[in-house]
Design a protein around this ligand. Sequence first.
Ligand SMILES: [Zn+2]
Length: 65
Amino acid sequence: MIEDDIEALEKEMLEELKRPQGRQILVCPVCGSTEVTYYMGLKTGYKYQCKSCNYVGPLVLEKEC
Ligand SMILES: [Zn+2]
């Protein structure tokens, strides 16, 4: 049932992205952009992707709104 779990996780992430305003903003550690979205790593777990500089990695800064 691992595939079901992944599907559920994906749905959760999508719901997260749909929220107009979260409590925290993700900030790119490389360029400081807030255009950071979740990026699905296959076996490595969660990663983030910066739309501005294309940084992809597990590290991301968070700041309060
Ligand atoms: Zn960036």
